[in-house]
Design a protein around this ligand. Structure first.
Ligand SMILES: Nc1ncnc2c1ncn2[C@@H]1O[C@H](COP(=O)(O)OP(=O)(O)OP(=O)(O)O)[C@@H](O)[C@H]1O
Ligand SMILES: [Mg+2]
Length: 393
């Protein structure tokens, strides 16, 4: 297609859709329309859209709910909300959540077109300018259907804007890294670096050089100076995975970095100021490590200003089917297969299984099922699942 920008208009009133579509087309944009939020989400799945313009009061899904969904699935897409005068506080909330701008009804077409033009240019016109979204890490859908995961998502939204440290706990495969990336994506730091480091099993010097960097000659083998991950994450987010594994001596240094907001490369004589949002994750019980004397309590306090607990998948079974469909679509696309739905029997097996490997295991299961299925099959059946998941009827 040409270089035309695409604007998706979502409104339940056909007249408004018509008028706006005509005006936008005339303005040199390519206008698509949807009559409700669900249709809009469907279009977003299949078309490349540069700006979303949505009404608020619509049957089924409100414009705010649509914006929430889009903030997860298409965090880069600017969303403009058409709201009635009386609901501006909600519109401002939507801006806090990352909506681009709101415009109050009744509005004239010229100002609407200016807002859309600015949104398409990525210019900040709102009270809070929407940060540019880093393109590499985003676009991964975050599925949250169960009440507990919805609450997690709400917390992520609430704390994304702040600099508060976040500790994410949960069993292996529950989505700790995904949540850390989401925190970054929804934050004003989204256009800066997201740097992830696994602290697992790294000996002290190596870990410290990794985190804080080193000067030439700081230790044997340090033949050039190197910035650490903290410096690389400056103004962005640093994600320290397996935080329970860091050696005691490194914990002291980390504590100091958090308190003083400056780092010292190994072998350096002076410190550098840094502005980093620290997110850490662990599948261990840090309080146990504190009791055992292998983790500092003062560091734990610093790390868990906000704590996000990700429940195991077996405690939030409502997520199983939506996640399965999400992964089937993802791997179906990659492999040219089209398992698009799940049979009742297969659903029962998925539901009854305990998922010790949590979402990662579910993802692997759906990838495997996609490959097992023949190209003409469209429904996931028990035969596509590993035998350990099948129980006698
Ligand atoms: N809510 C979710 N929506 C979509 N995908 C998810 C969700 N949660 C987890 N995943 C996917 O499941 C896989 C495992 O997630 P992730 O790597 O974040 O888990 P983890 O808790 O960090 O695991 P580990 O402790 O083993 O490192 C990833 O591929 C991730 O994309
Ligand atoms: Mg992980």
């Amino acid at each position: 297609m040409s270089g035309k920008k695409t604007v998706l208009v979502v409104d339940d009133e056909q007249n408004i859709r018509r008028i706006l579509q005509a005006a936008f087309d005339k303005n040199g944009w390519h206008a698509l329309t949807a009559e409700d939020g669900h249709q809009a989400l469907e279009i977003l799945e299949n078309e490349s859209v540069d700006c979303l313009l949505t009404d608020v009061t619509m049957p089924g899904m409100s414009g705010y709910d649509l914006q929430r969904r889009v903030a997860e699935t298409h965090p880069e897409l600017p969303v403009v909300i058409m709201t009635a005068f009386g609901t501006i506080p909600q519109a401002v909330d939507a801006i806090r959540r990352g909506a681009y701008e709101y415009i109050t009804k009744p509005f004239d077409l010229e100002s609407l077109k200016r807002v859309i033009t600015a949104a398409l240019d990525g210019r900040g016109v709102g009270a809070v300018a929407k940060p540019k979204r880093a393109s590499k890490d985003v676009g991964r859908a975050f599925i949250a259907e169960s009440a507990t995961m919805k609450a997690v998502l709400e917390t992520v939204r609430q704390v994304a804007d702040s600099r508060a440290t976040v500790l994410i706990t949960g069993e292996s495969g529950t989505g700790k890294e995904v949540v850390s990336r989401l925190l970054h994506t929804l934050s004003p730091r989204a256009d800066k670096a997201f740097v992830a480091v696994s602290c697992a099993a790294l000996p002290e010097t190596l870990l410290e050089s990794e985190l804080f960097g080193h000067e030439k000659g700081a230790f044997t083998g340090a033949d050039a100076s190197k910035p650490g991950r903290f410096e690389l994450a400056d103004h962005g987010t640093l994600f320290l995975d397996e935080i329970g594994d860091i050696p005691m001596a490194t914990q002291v240094k980390l504590l100091r970095v958090l308190q003083e907001r400056e780092i010292e490369r190994l072998g350096a004589t002076k410190a550098t100021q840094i502005d980093v949002r620290l997110v850490t994750a662990t599948n261990q019980e840090l309080q146990h490590l504190v009791d055992e004397g292998t983790f500092r309590l003062d560091l734990l306090y610093r790390l868990q200003v906000v704590e996000i607990q990700l429940p195991p998948l077996r405690h939030r079974k409502e997520d199983i089917v939506p996640l399965s469909l999400h992964f089937l679509a993802k791997y179906g696309q990659e492999n040219g297969r089209s398992l698009a739905s799940i049979s009742q029997e297969a659903e029962r097996q998925l539901w009854d299984y305990s998922w010790p490997g949590n979402v990662r295991e579910l993802e692997n299961t759906m990838e495997r099922a996609t490959v097992m299925a023949s190209p003409d099959e469209s429904v996931l059946q028990p035969k596509h699942l590993p035998s350990k998941m099948l129980h006698a009827a």
